[in-house]
Design a protein around this ligand. Sequence first.
Ligand SMILES: Nc1ncnc2c1ncn2[C@@H]1O[C@H](COP(=O)(O)OP(=O)(O)OP(=O)(O)O)[C@@H](O)[C@H]1O
Ligand SMILES: [Mg+2]
Length: 327
Amino acid sequence: MSNSELILSIRNLTVKYRSRRGYVNALRNINLDIYRNEAIGIVGESGSGKTTLALAIIRQLPNNARIVSGSIIFYNDGNKVDLLTMNYNEFRHYLWEKIAFVPQGAMNSLNPVLKIRDHFIETVKAHNPDASKEEIVRKAREVLKITLLDPDRVLNSYPHQLSGGMKQRVMISLALILNPAVIIMDEPTSSLDVVSQKIILQNLKDIMRMFNVTMIIITHDMGVVAEVANRVVVMYAGKIMEVGDVESIFYNPLHPYTQGLLKAVPKLRGETELYSIPGEPPDLVNPPSGCSFHPRCPFAMDMCTINEPSLKEVNKGHLVACFKYET
Ligand SMILES: Nc1ncnc2c1ncn2[C@@H]1O[C@H](COP(=O)(O)OP(=O)(O)OP(=O)(O)O)[C@@H](O)[C@H]1O
Ligand SMILES: [Mg+2]
């Protein structure tokens, strides 16, 4: 990466959910630095805490969530602010204007009784009441073109008149219209057909090129990561297991969990049977002792059942939490 200016710095972030069965340990001591203008992929099986991490950054965790500890520093034009402790009224200006979020299943969150044009107008007016409708529509046309949508058709449509893939691209355009510094996308391609997926991945690459924007792409799909990310974070059971640039993760995966995830990527042709990591992700109300992956790990040693490995740098910029690499 040419630029290594920090934009977000997450420290010791621990989040629990209250549930009938007890506390769900959704995020456990997350430490992560994110740099300006990078595309970082966050991968992990269902329930690993990916969405919780995104919701913590944008302060939209549900009511039964509790941030037990941690800070999320945002580097804002030379100033450092802690997103978690700043006054919520002030934070509201960060949402969309600095940090935009495209939620999981975003395409279903468009208001069915509003034309797409009005979604753009409402979004911009909420942050900039003086903006003129003409100016908003002009900008909306620009961002729609980037997502390869026909502005004339789309602006005058109601959500139900668009396909799932088109709605998802509308959501990405809405996230771009206020020129945020960071855009977080939660499963931007899941539940779409293969053609729509391809278009969106291409769009994301174009957006990277055309905007100065930091992208955080959450996905369970290593293929999506390979396509758009330059750095990868691998999560398991609420912890970060491995972080590295995309080449290191794909060509030299260190964590046995990452190795398993990569084996589970469907090949384009040939392979008939898809590998999946044996076993199930753990119950986060009662996570396993020691390394939370040890019950599924082919390399587990005695110490892995007792002690928890911490994230350590093994090669430059390549970090892993695994005792195999601590000797
Ligand atoms: N509102 C909630 N109340 C209680 N537990 C929750 C809540 N939301 C999530 N969880 C639990 O927290 C853990 C992390 O969930 P999260 O949604 O962050 O995972 P994820 O990695 O985004 O999964 P997926 O790939 O399925 O979207 C899971 O064990 C989940 O069951
Ligand atoms: Mg999720």
